[in-house]
Write a protein that binds this ligand. Structure first.
Ligand code: TXA
Ligand code: MG
Length: 317
């Protein structure tokens, strides 16, 4: 059921059922973070491997003290600056947090989301929510209630409709090593924004199969249609391929051509707008039964780094 009634969500969550939850980044597949049967349902429905830990969502830094401990000074500064918002902090976990949430690690990922419906829901619960993105493992994250419905239909008791996600890509994930902030996942908050607050941060993003942050598996966020990513799209080359082609560009408009379906992420060349549109555009292109999607790399700064990261994982086979 798709609904705007958060009471339906609250009822389901107290029965340890799952609820799709709008956040400002992407839709989450939410369950009671303190209930193992709810957590197991998340892994089953997503077909997510158990080695991939979950993010705990809360309405307040206060509530997160139940979840995490020994919070470093720089974590406090980042929380103060970016919460509620799209930054996830990896912290030492409290002993009672289930190994299912953390994949057996002694750390736990936490964030306070900004979306008003998410906050209103969290405030009415006496437990926090674990919520991975509401998509089958490896596929494109949902940025609307309809995307979630397309993936799960009635297998999900309640899909809360909070409109289109305003940021459109997942939260940025950072952890802490003594006094250093380390980046596990590029996301909605850019590296530049974080560095303005805590100084230089360290990149520990790995592209292997047993990474520190398994969201960083090299193939992820993938459409079913074959896709490639290129620095620059040459119109002449496109014409000669002669297939049913979907083209994804940042802002520059190519000339019209019947065999090419073109999507522009931000006509004005605004990275925030491109971020909001990226997954919705990929969902749309993927539904068109194209032979191939050709995406053009975005500028490599700010949010552009995040979007290029997602595109490069989306095109892996
Ligand atoms: O924007 C978001 O973060 C969305 C919304 C729903 O909040 N959630 C999301 O969750 O993207 P998910 O499960 O798709 O990605 C969570 C990632 C994991 O893949 C993993 O890389 C990282 O968070 N993670 C979780 N716990 C961790 C830990 N203890 N240490 C390192 N990375 C962790
Ligand atoms: Mg995900």
């Amino acid at each position: 059921m798709i609904t705007k009634d958060i009471n339906k969500g609250i009822e389901a969550l107290y029965k340890n059922e799952l609820v799709a939850l709008p956040t400002e980044t992407v839709y989450g597949l939410a369950g009671n973070a303190y209930n193992e049967s709810a957590i197991k349902k998340i892994f089953e429905l997503k077909k997510r491997p158990l080695y991939n830990p979950l993010i705990v969502h809360s309405h307040s830094t206060e509530q997160l003290k139940e979840v995490a401990k020994e919070i470093p000074e720089k974590a406090k500064i980042l929380a103060e600056k970016f919460w509620p918002g799209s930054l996830t902090l990896v912290l030492k976990k409290q002993d009672h947090i289930s190994d299912l949430v953390t994949a057996g690690k002694d750390t736990v990922a936490v964030r306070v989301p900004q979306h008003l419906m998410a906050l209103a829901l969290l405030e009415q619960l006496d437990f926090p929510l674990v919520a991975p993105s509401a998509n089958p493992f490896g596929s494109i994250s949902p940025t609307s209630a309809q995307h979630v419905w397309d993936y799960f239909q009635d297998k999900l008791p309640v899909i809360l409709d909070g409109g289109n996600c305003s940021n459109g890509v997942e939260s940025t994930i950072v952890g802490f090593r003594s006094d250093t902030v380390v980046l596990y996942r590029h996301g909605s908050v850019s590296v530049e924004e974080i560095e303005q607050v805590v100084g230089k941060i360290e990149m520990v993003i790995h592209d292997n199969e047993t990474p520190d942050a398994p969201g960083m598996l090299s193939k992820h966020y993938a459409p079913k249609t074959p896709a490639i990513l290129t620095d620059y799209i040459e119109e002449e080359v496109l014409k000669n391929i002669g297939k049913n082609i979907g083209v994804l560009v940042f802002k520059d408009q190519l000339k019209r051509n019947e065999t090419i379906h073109q999507e522009i992420l931000s006509p004005e060349g605004n990275l925030k707008e491109a971020s909001k549109n990226l997954y919705a555009t990929l969902h749309r292109l993927d539904a068109m039964k194209l032979d191939i999607i050709i995406a053009e790399r975005l500028p490599d700064y700010g949010l552009g780094i995040t979007l290029n990261d997602r595109l490069s994982r989306a095109v892996k086979r």
